[in-house]
Design a protein around this ligand. Structure first.
Ligand SMILES: Cc1cc2nc3c(=O)[nH]c(=O)nc-3n(C[C@H](O)[C@H](O)[C@H](O)COP(=O)(O)O)c2cc1C
Length: 361
């Protein structure tokens, strides 16, 4: 292999060249991870340009030229090398892009920009879409059980995924406590949101979510698919029946529902979120939120003696069908299948302790 080197030109950090998505175009794409800009080139023309003077007028002109000096991205290099070293580099472009925090209200001490922005949203689009509750029988949850008194650190250290559970019904107060305490932060924010303070519409955390509970085995509760009303802390029965088989299919064949007490679904209502979070990070933020809320519920669950199979791998349409949801508006992004824990080792689908076998996610 011939080693071709030229002196005087260095490739700017963060620029990549790759084939375009369209395999028939014959072009290549030059992209700058840092600025997020992309340009298409005929390969011959690009090669000529690089060999001529290393400066690409079309690829951001000054951007490339400045980048070649490296001065404006020198500070990124250690982080980049860290990612390469760890083998994470296929994700480096998304990572750098996720650090572009160009918000209109970055510097807005008197809230003037924020207020004006919300007013524009209200003038053009009206109020944010409201949470829609199904017209279905209301089922009270009763008093929430007090969570166990283990320190959070101990719960975090001892928590393990459980994919099979003690096949006994879970007491209703445990489900009530899990939903009441686990979603208290979301509930408080939701209650503080309203027309009286338009800025509250921008407090987006938790605003997108509806929570569904597919109950298999809870003392005093009919098996069926329920919607949880966060504000009133009560359930609405959407579809009565034993849905274990359907949910096992929804979960790509994972058999946890066979012995679980319920599957909680975090369902995003996209229009509700899009009204508030008009930024390219929006979908990414939703995934973060699913993880944050999920983790709180899982850890709290372990204080009630429950273990969890967590996954975002559910099939969209069958899940939505089971809960009578419209796939143009909603998507279930995360499910938590929970049941009475079989111990701190966690359990596989077939009930063997996790330490004894090797299981992939
Ligand atoms: C985002 C996410 C997706 C997961 N998906 C699955 C899954 O589809 N099936 C499964 O059995 N476990 C799944 N898990 C559980 C992981 O396999 C488990 O958390 C990991 O093996 C570490 O074990 P631990 O939870 O006992 O600490 C998932 C976990 C996370 C955080």
């Amino acid at each position: 292999m011939t080693d071709v080197t030229r002196s005087g030109t260095s490739w700017p950090a963060g620029f990549t060249v790759r084939p375009t998505v369209d395999p028939g175009s014959g072009q290549v794409e030059v992209s700058d991870t840092v600025s997020g800009r992309r340009f298409r080139w005929q390969p011959e023309a690009l090669a000529e340009r690089i060999l001529t003077d290393g400066t690409d007028a079309r690829a951001g002109g000054g951007t490339w030229a400045r980048a070649q000096g490296g001065a404006d991205r020198e500070h990124l290099l250690p982080g980049w090398r860290h990612w390469l070293h760890r083998g994470w580099h296929p994700s480096d472009q998304s990572y750098v892009a996720s650090r572009r925090w160009a918000y209109a209200d970055t510097d807005d001490p008197g809230d003037h920009i924020r207020r004006r922005t919300v007013q524009t949203y209200l003038d053009t689009d009206g109020l944010p879409p409201q949470e829609e509750l199904p017209d279905a029988p209301v089922v009270p949850l009763g008093s929430p059980a007090t969570p166990g008194d283990q320190p959070v650190g101990a719960l975090l250290a001892s928590r393990r995924s459980g994919r099979a559970y003690v096949p006994r019904p879970v007491p209703l107060p445990s489900l009530s406590g899990l939903l009441w305490h686990g979603l208290s932060g979301v509930r408080e924010r939701r209650e503080a949101t309203g027309e009286a303070e338009p800025l509250s519409y921008l407090d987006s955390f938790g605003s997108a979510w509806d929570y569904y509970v597919c109950v298999y085995s809870v003392e005093g509760l009919e098996p069926g698919a329920y919607r949880y009303d966060v504000s009133r802390h009560e359930l609405r029965l959407v579809s009565q029946g034993d849905h274990r088989a359907v949910m096992t299919d929804v979960l790509q064949g994972m058999r946890s529902p066979a012995t679980a007490a319920w599957t909680i679904g975090l369902v995003a209502d996209f229009p509700r979120y899009q009204w508030r979070y008009r930024h390219e990070h929006a979908l990414r933020r939703l995934w973060f939120e699913a993880g944050l809320i999920g983790q709180e519920v899982i850890v709290l669950g372990s204080s009630y003696g429950l273990s969890t199979l967590v996954t975002p791998a559910q099939k969209d349409r069958p899940y939505l069908r089971l809960h009578s949801l419209d796939d143009r508006r909603y998507a279930c992004l995360y499910t938590l299948t929970m049941g009475l824990s079989r111990g701190r080792t966690g359990m596989n689908f077939n009930g063997t302790a996790i330490e004894q076998t090797d299981i992939g996610a």
